[in-house]
Design a protein around this ligand. Structure first.
Ligand SMILES: NC(=O)c1ccc[n+]([C@@H]2O[C@H](COP(=O)([O-])OP(=O)(O)OC[C@H]3O[C@@H](n4cnc5c(N)ncnc54)[C@H](O)[C@@H]3O)[C@@H](O)[C@H]2O)c1
Length: 380
């Protein structure tokens, strides 16, 4: 079988995770990377033994041997680079958020529809945790009953000091939201994916807790501790904390909060779904297990077991029970889902996030920002 040839643009924090995942998927072959920071790209190429290194997006797109391009650049470049990838006729795997505005996301969908040979996926990687897929399957089968209430959070601590800085705080680079667009997007995607509900009404409160930060003169890598050195005192416009109440199209209600100021949390991403028969709970920091809550019966904690897991979740788990799988495995599972879909001739269910799914998340993010400004509920 001919392998699917891949190129990755953007060799920062997440670009490296894409390389590692691609290297674990047998049906694809990573042939090239590109970054405007050419020194960085060269060092990653040497570390991972990658054949070709390009300086620009145009150079990598002109490589006719490549079938799929991953876009791992900062948010404001997603529209422009995704557009170029679609026009080139190569398949697209874009990092989230799809774009910084809903209008841009709609333009991308229109363009993709004009190129029917192009497939596209947006990297909402938590979807393909096997336990998440297990919960989705059980909800589809009616085991939880009607979904009534959905609550949860996504907390990190990497912006807790005024010496921490990221492009995610700058509207020109990240869009008009920091933590809702960055991590709230994952939360909303996973909830909609698992329950089959769509969030259709939001009431948000976005807070910039540290209004002035020390921005390093030299680029700081994402999630790295702050470094001593020259800095410029910079006014912060985007939020590092948000609380959101919401309602769904099928009558459920819920609330979540996201924070990048929660000491001790790296990726505390979790939720609880209360149904008319049972509750399910999941927490990314112990992502190999799910909690099942019952009234009038024993609660239980189910540990991922490939021998008993549902057929829908089975393709995304490999290790035997008691051998914990984790963040990297779910990440690989999501990218694998996209390549398997392409290898199968683009037939069947798109389990990964499509451009339409991801555009809706951008729309929700905009609605939450608007609601926080107007102090009103916003209906979508
Ligand atoms: N799915 C996830 O869990 C996850 C996690 C982290 C980041 N992300 C997303 O990935 C994207 C990148 O985030 P990051 O933290 O890796 O950022 P980063 O700043 O660490 O890396 C971005 C890289 O893009 C390069 N770049 C910038 N402009 C370029 C251009 N025109 N052509 C080629 N390369 C260019 C930069 O030199 C840098 O190396 C963001 O959209 C972010 O939301 C997703």
């Amino acid at each position: 079988m001919k392998k699917i040839n891949v190129g990755v643009i953007g060799m920062g924090y997440i670009g490296e995770s894409h390389i590692e995942a691609l290297r674990r998927i047998g049906i694809c072959n990573l042939v090239a990377i590109a970054d405007t920071n050419y020194e960085l790209a060269l060092s990653k190429a040497e570390l991972y033994g990658i054949e070709k290194v390009y300086k620009t997006v145009d150079e990598i797109l002109n490589d006719d041997s490549i079938d799929v391009i991953h876009n791992c650049t900062p948010n404001f470049l997603h529209k422009e680079i995704n557009e170029k990838i679609i026009r080139s006729g190569k398949h697209l795997l874009s990092e989230k958020p799809l774009t910084t505005t809903y209008a841009e996301a709609q333009e991308l969908i229109k363009l993709k529809n004009e190129h029917p040979g192009v497939e596209a996926c947006v990297n909402f990687n938590y979807r393909m945790n096997p336990v998440v897929q297990e919960m989705r399957s059980r909800i589809k089968n009616g085991e939880l009953g009607d979904v009534r209430i959905i609550t949860g959070q996504y907390q990190q601590d990497w912006l807790m000091f005024d010496t921490d800085y990221s492009w995610r705080l700058e509207p020109e680079v990240a869009g008009n939201s920091c933590c809702v667009a960055d991590i709230g997007s994952h939360w909303m995607d996973i909830i909609q994916h698992i329950t089959g509900h769509k969030i259709t009404s939001v009431m948000g409160d976005l807070v910039t807790v540290i209004p002035v930060r020390k921005k390093p003169v030299n680029q700081n890598e994402t999630f790295r501790d702050s470094v001593e050195g020259d800095y410029i005192e910079t006014e912060v416009k985007n939020e590092e904390y948000a609380a959101v109440m919401f309602k769904t199209d099928k009558g459920a209600t819920g609330v979540f909060h996201v924070s990048e100021l929660a000491p001790g949390h790296g990726c505390y991403f979790g939720f609880e779904i209360n149904g008319s028969k049972e509750s399910y709970g999941w927490n990314q920091e112990q992502n190999d297990r799910m909690w099942v809550g019952r009234r009038g019966g024993d609660n239980s904690v189910i540990i991922r077991n490939p021998n008993t897991i549902s057929p829908e979740a089975k393709p995304y788990t490999n290790l035997a029970m008691g051998h914990p799988e984790g963040w990297n495995d779910a990440f690989k599972g999501n990218i694998y889902a996209f390549y398997k879909y392409i290898a199968d001739g683009c037939k069947g269910e798109r389990v990964f996030s499509t451009l339409e799914d991801a555009a809706y998340i951008v729309r929700l993010t905009e609605a939450i920002v608007e609601s926080s400004k107007t102090k009103q509920w916003v209906n979508i």
